[in-house]
Design a protein around this ligand. Structure first.
Ligand code: NDP
Length: 253
């Protein structure tokens, strides 16, 4: 039986589209008040409207997760306006693929700054509040969900730096899990396979044909499939920590 999230507060980075958007909606459906963090304010405002219309509570925070001070301010504002912080989903990410040779290294910096450092800043800023939630929160736990990827488990020709960032997420998450688990902060890694979102669309035009060909004959996951995995993880009873969830489309090898 799942625990309710009534009385808890969640923060989701990358909530303006795809997995983050679906996760914010699903956490609100389970009763959490949700802070929505991303850069596209219009998208966040529309999402907050939908959550509000369904009877939930949402706080819009326009922030660049690659900016440490902006992440700190987002967490502080969440606690100031919603009163506490029990659940964090560090989801914001970018996937820029292609061979290492001749790659525009600006793409590497974008991925490392967001997928690795941004996720670490999020964890760092949230941790004191998650520890406080574990001590005296409504459920006696804090939850930190790190959105990695199947690319964090298996490296592929053409995904080198994206692979490196997602492998880093796994290493960071496991070390942090060991650091805080006895204080009832649960650190979970969620690793999606191919999901139908805007993620691939940020690649250079010359990369797109091979990317599209890879998934042409496959029924990809929908964002809700990952959102439901996240909700499952964070609604477990206090004694149960789901450390890692790998979710692939059935047809993905
Ligand atoms: P989307 O592109 O749909 O969503 C990415 C989200 O990240 C958007 O909300 C975007 O918002 C946000 N974001 C991007 N840059 C920043 C930034 N600098 N600061 C704050 N927010 C930012 O992709 P997905 O939903 O698919 O991706 C979510 C996560 O899932 C990523 O970590 C991705 O690596 C992972 N993943 C996705 C898979 C897939 O097949 N789709 C597979 C495996 C993992 P905005 O632009 O408004 O800032």
């Amino acid at each position: 039986m799942a625990d309710t999230l009534n009385g808890t507060v969640a923060l989701v980075t990358g909530a303006s589209s795809g997995i983050g958007e679906a996760t914010a909606v699903d956490l609100a459906r389970h009763g959490a008040a949700v802070a929505l963090v991303a850069r596209r304010r219009d998208r966040l405002d529309a999402l907050a409207g939908r959550i509000g219309d369904a009877g939930g509570t949402a706080l819009v925070i326009e922030a660049d997760v690659a900016d440490e001070s902006a992440v700190g301010a987002a967490v502080a504002r969440t606690v100031a306006e919603l009163g506490r912080l029990d659940t964090v989903v560090a989801n914001a990410g970018v996937m820029l693929l292609g061979p290492v040779a001749d790659a525009p290294t600006e793409e590497w910096r974008r991925m490392v700054n967001l997928n690795v450092l941004g996720l670490m800043y999020t964890a760092h800023a949230a941790l004191p509040h998650l520890l406080a939630a574990a001590e005296d929160g409504p459920r006696g736990v804090g939850d930190l969900v790190l959105v990695s990827s199947v690319a964090g488990r298996v490296a592929r020709n053409g995904s080198g730096v994206y692979n490196a960032t997602k492998h880093a997420v796994g290493a960071f998450g496991e070390a942090l899990r060991q650091e805080v688990t006895q204080r009832h902060v649960r650190v979970a890694l969620v690793e999606p396979g191919a999901v139908d979102t805007e993620l691939a669309g940020h690649n250079r035009p010359e990369i797109m044909p091979s990317l599209e060909a890879r998934f042409a004959d496959m029924e990809r996951l929908e964002a809700i499939d990952i959102a439901e995995a996240v909700s499952f993880v964070v609604t477990r009873p206090r004694r149960t920590a789901i450390n890692e969830v790998l979710v692939r489309p059935t047809e993905q090898q």
